[in-house]
Design a protein around this ligand. Structure first.
Ligand code: SF4
Ligand code: SF4
Length: 332
């Protein structure tokens, strides 16, 4: 475990509405009877609470571009958390969008490790397209993933006790959780959390909420995480190393968590998009990529070929430009 102050990114979850219901989503999209949309005052407070955090602040969902105030939120965040450096982009045609984003994300090494900036986690929606210029102008970092690609998500809704893991064995396993050690803390409308999945569990199961969203909450050390660690007891983040294709839109859950989901009236359970795991057998699925981010290794796969969101609806004209200087040089 580590303090949020040592993380590369702290997320602000502005909604849990999404256009997908990916397998084993870290925000449990598809299980909520009603989605949240963070209000302006909570967002403003969240941004202010992170004053002094010198790394990346992300806007995440769900799908953050679905928030009706996305533009206002993004502009405020850019204003209050000014990046160390920005790439001002041209409006040139882009042949390979994922490649373009990868190049723009030179911050993968800089912003996400050491530099200050703002990030957007998106699955590329129509709203992304409508806000295209704004997004390119202000976000130093973009994590794009349309989830129609070969990305794997590990099961999350399971408890260590169902796997027979004793208290003594559990603490080192929990403290090595790859998600808390590699990914992010987050803020939801219910408060600030040491781990983004704990935050999502609190939302899903109507928990006690997080810490007050106030200056410096993110400087807490693991010894101060207290009651929030209880969420690890019903989380598979530290337990599984295999996953299911996100695009299958099926969750792998333990029997205990299946019952809990049923009690919340989960629409995804009602729709039969859940597989109950046999906790005595080896975990299902394919091994997760053994990479730093445990995710897609080829950036070009992050937007699939059939994703037409970024294609123009109509082309009225194509204009070719040639500089006068080149024109005469060729004639000579
Ligand atoms: S795109 Fe998939 S993984 Fe991301 S928030 Fe939506 S449902 Fe979850
Ligand atoms: S076990 Fe789950 S809740 Fe606990 S730190 Fe890991 S991902 Fe977060």
């Amino acid at each position: 475990m580590r303090s949020p102050k040592d993380m590369r990114i702290i997320q602000i979850d502005i909604t849990n509405a999404c256009i997908h219901q990916c397998s084993n989503c870290t925000r449990f999209c598809g299980h909520h009877k009603k989605n949240f949309f963070m209000d302006w005052e909570t967002f403003r407070k969240s941004v202010e609470s992170l004053h002094g955090f010198e790394h990346c602040i992300g806007i995440m969902g769900g799908e953050p571009t679905l928030h009706p105030q996305f533009e206002r939120f993004a502009q405020y965040l850019a204003e209050r958390h000014r990046a160390d450096s920005l790439i001002h982009l041209t409006r040139k045609p882009i042949v390979n969008f994922p490649q373009y984003i990868r190049d723009k994300n030179y911050f993968v090494n800089e912003c996400l490790n050491q530099c200050k900036g703002i990030g957007l986690w998106t699955s590329i929606t129509g709203q992304y397209y409508r806000n295209f210029e704004l997004i390119q102008d202000i976000f130093n970092y973009q994590s794009i993933n349309d989830h129609k690609n070969p990305s794997l998500h590990q099961p999350l809704l399971a408890s260590r006790k169902e796997m027979g893991i004793s208290d003594a064995e559990w603490i080192p396993i929990r403290d090595n959780c790859v998600i808390q050690n590699m990914w992010s803390a987050s803020i939801t409308p219910k408060g600030a959390f040491f781990c983004e999945v704990a935050a999502a569990l609190d939302m899903l199961f109507d928990g006690p909420g997080g810490w007050a969203i106030e200056q410096g909450w993110w400087q807490r050390e693991p010894k101060d995480f207290g009651y929030q660690l209880n969420w690890c007891e019903i989380c598979g983040g530290a337990l599984f190393h295999s996953g299911r294709l996100a695009s299958e839109e099926i969750d792998d859950v333990s029997p205990l968590l299946y019952e809990k989901l049923k009690n919340t009236g989960s629409p995804k359970v009602k729709a039969g998009r859940v597989m109950v795991m046999d906790m005595k057998k080896p975990q299902p699925g394919q091994p997760m990529p053994d990479t730093k981010n445990r995710y897609l290794t080829n950036f070009n796969e992050r937007v699939s070929n059939e994703n037409s969101v970024l294609f123009p609806d109509t082309i009225n004209a194509i204009v070719f430009c040639q500089s006068v200087e080149n024109h005469y040089r060729k004639k000579q």
